[in-house]
Design a binder for this molecule. Sequence first.
Ligand code: HXC
Length: 513
Amino acid sequence: MKNKQKILEEKIAEAKLGGGANRIEAQHKKSKLTARERLHFLLDEGSFEEIGMLVTHRSTEFGLDKEKYLGDGVVTGYGTINGRLVYVFAQDFTVFGGSLSETHAAKICRVMDLAIQNGAPIIGLNDSGGARIQEGVVSLGGYADIFYRNTLASGVIPQISAVMGPCAGGAVYSPAITDFILMVENTSYMFVTGPNVVKTVTHEEVTSEELGGASAHSTKSGVTQFSCANEPECINMIKQLLSYMPQNCEDDPIALPYESVEESRPALNDIIPANPNQPYDMHDVIAEVIDEGTFFEVHKKFAENIIVGFARLAGRSIGIVANQPAHLAGVLDIHSSTKAARFVRFCDCFNIPLLVFEDVPGFLPGTDQEWNGIISNGAKLLFAFCEATVPRITVITRKAYGGAYDVMNSKHIGADMNYAWPDAQIAVMGAKGAAEIIFKKEIAEAADHEKKLKEKEQEYNELFANPYKAAEHGYIDEVILPEDTRKKLITAFKMLENKVAKLPKKKHSNIPL
Ligand code: HXC
């Protein structure tokens, strides 16, 4: 028995060494942790149970039969994060550059299947040179097996991808299908074709980091929701992110106990500037309304004219979508619409109630927006809200103009409660534009055009630049003082706690992609 135990111990030690001490050292030199170190920091201490530690590849081409590593370049299994079950895989760059072989893919598929069957989140830590080049098509097949499961798991369990090294070619499509991507600055990149191909085809000179680093994808493309300064920050962010989510689509998000609930927040009364064209930071509104310090912003640096993120209200997890008047006046454009639409759909998949703060002057005009499809992209946000069956509440803090009024979780598209602050202006457009159109003739005929315009602007303002017309129609349930917003929201979300809303029977909808 002693001898057999020794064999087992030797195998475990060998597996834990991955591609060997030298390659581990090379990994550390690049400021990267190994797959096992990452899992050690991610999971609760002592909770990791490994699956498939002794798996090896079955390839024989190019001398691979003589080069085998236990585990075959990916560490898979399950464990807990703050006591909650999660399934994990971490690619091991020290073994064939973390490249994906047939068996490597099978190991990932196995934990994905378990995660789906047992209703728990799956977290993938990606660090890979792509398809195992020596294996050819079986590697490509392995990728497709993963993409297929990513898609089946979508909306069933939360899927989180951290990109902590290379992730290139078709390999990018697994993270892309998952709910959230986190990237680490300077040590990770994602692209469909790398700098060399780009140079050959388009003659552009660009580095990997410029082309597909965390900064590019968190600000320009929006592919990643989170750009992390280093690996420990990335791992911490995964844990934080997870804390707002339920285990699966049939669960509710974890609720924290909360003591003092219904307080007034007088600081909210002073946030909206007297001049309706002056910007203010919607983060200040959010921070005052929610439980202190609980805002976890998603896609922080992308399409900053809309803010999305998770928070807690009276200990409950909520998703916030808010126009940001401090950036492009909070206008809706292509990027802000798609950013918010994806977030709304995530929240709806996983029973996270939605809170909308609205201050929107309309959609962004221009050829760039029209030619790049603001119509179908704006429709995504509209569609996402229309379809969402979770409790939905809107607070109009200032402007709610034009089509954007309808889109931003209006009563008409299924919002449950709609509040407005006394400063709200709910109208087809701003007073000046409106006066110029409807009183065009009168203004042209007046001796003093400017004076007449001002007069008509004033007239339109008095009639429509307030929340009361909308309240008369019942489109606004209540006009509330800003200081009462928190307690109104807590009471309303409690009232909506057992909401049941069903969509008409269908195979699936056809969102304007
Ligand atoms: C097999 C690979 C590999 C791969 C790296 N290695 N990529 N082995 N298949 N795809 C091995 C190297 O041979 C090396 O082995 C070790 O991993 C570390 O690689 P280095 O090149 O020394 O590391 P580094 O300088 O950091 O460069 C990393 C890298 C580079 C940028 C990822 O290795 C690289 O360009 N690899 C090839 C990338 C690629 O073209 N992949 C296929 C893409 S197509 P030793 O023994 O020296 O440690 C694809 C299709 C997917 O992925 C389609 C899905 C639908």
